[in-house]
Design a protein around this ligand. Sequence first.
Ligand code: GLN
Length: 486
Amino acid sequence: QNYIQNIEQRNDKINAVVSLDKETALKRAGEVQERIEQGTAGKLAGMVVGIKDLICEKDKQATCASNILANFESVYDATVIERLRDEDAILLGRLNMDEFAMGSSNENTIYGPTHNPVDASKVPGGSSGGSAAAVAADFCTASLGTDTGGSIRQPASYCGVVGLKPTYGRVSRYGLIAYASSFDCIGPLTHSVKDAAIMLETLAGHDENDNTSSSRAVPDYQRFVDRPDANIRIGVPEEYFGEGLDDEIREGIRGRLAELEEAGAELVPIHLPHMKYGIATYYILATAEASSNLARYDGIRYGHRADIEEVEKELKQEEEAIKEQMKLAGGDKKVELGAQLDDVDSPLIRLYKKSRTEGFGQEVKRRIMLGTYVLSAGYYDAYYAKAQKVRRLIKEDFTSAFEEVDVIVSPTAPTTAFDIGANIENPLQMYLNDIYTISANLAGICGINIPAGVHTNGLPYGMQFMANTFEEGKLFNAARLVEQLS
Ligand code: GLN
């Protein structure tokens, strides 16, 4: 009731929650309460969780903030949803996001932008902007987001909450609507490191419905939070603290690191020489995968379908216009017009084109075109195959770094949250927001955002720890040390 009240008071302004099912949530809360009293409640009893609108919940909308799925309802539960329910979480509603998780500001959405709860003139970050804002505004205890290139960590940094991107394969993707399948990760956004650990214990583990999910045992993550060890080696990559980073954020993180050193941590200068290729590599590979994943929205099987009668009318008009001209034309011109007539789309093809034209937003179309281009014959080797090789080099940089250190530290984003509208006309500037987060996705390793301070502009900023694959425990340990400082 407390969370519902907060939503009713503030969501008009924040616009994080796009669908709220009060009755179901309250009924469920009553049931969980009973189980608590009987002593049979699950691990998440009392936790109210919001869900990014691209993770399927049976009989609920899953729109991806896109017109093409505006009328879509899931017919099954994602594995993560089942797991949350099994542990007695109360699922509250569906959260705003960038369309198909493409973006860094939560402005690419059919619902209108989400506003940062700390300062409503600023973006909350993206693409899990609704998930970060909902936690920051106290609309829920925790939320689920997805991180393909930084979409959990960057909004967590902008809104001042904890955001975890698990190792690729740690959490099942079954029931997650795909953006870039070799990068996509589901993870929690929470107020505290402890909550992130509890959430991951629930979400992680093998799933027979996702062959990329790992069968490694899920550790007791809470133990890393309850008894953090200050005696750790923290890699500090020079490449992550250079040009483009806000001076105050740089100094703030340096200050935190000095405090950790004081407490017993060892700071180790390291190098990640290929990190400078991260953004370019990511935007080739992720768009290639997206162009393939998004081919399924054809207006036939599900999602938005253009009006077939209009399509037929349109085609008829086109054909008649050509036939009209043919009456007057002769010779070559007539042959040319005949070919044009043959080229007029069939109704089904036109329906497909029109449904996609109407259904996808501008950024999604840009990505589909980019991805189709880099996969096309003649460009494949120059772009896609090359990017795969660079991805390997980035991964190897991390592998050798983690032979020396437990975690690597960096800023999470180059700046604090920016003004709504500031980067909307400049996609490249928007892409640069992911500069510190993207390499973890390319390498498949895990990363966490932990709030690190408040800028003199009044906005929060975070710092990121990254650890090797399946070393989430080390992230919780390091993040908890920082949390204890504040
Ligand atoms: N901002 C990046 C993109 O637009 C990352 C998105 C994400 O992690 N889902 O692709």
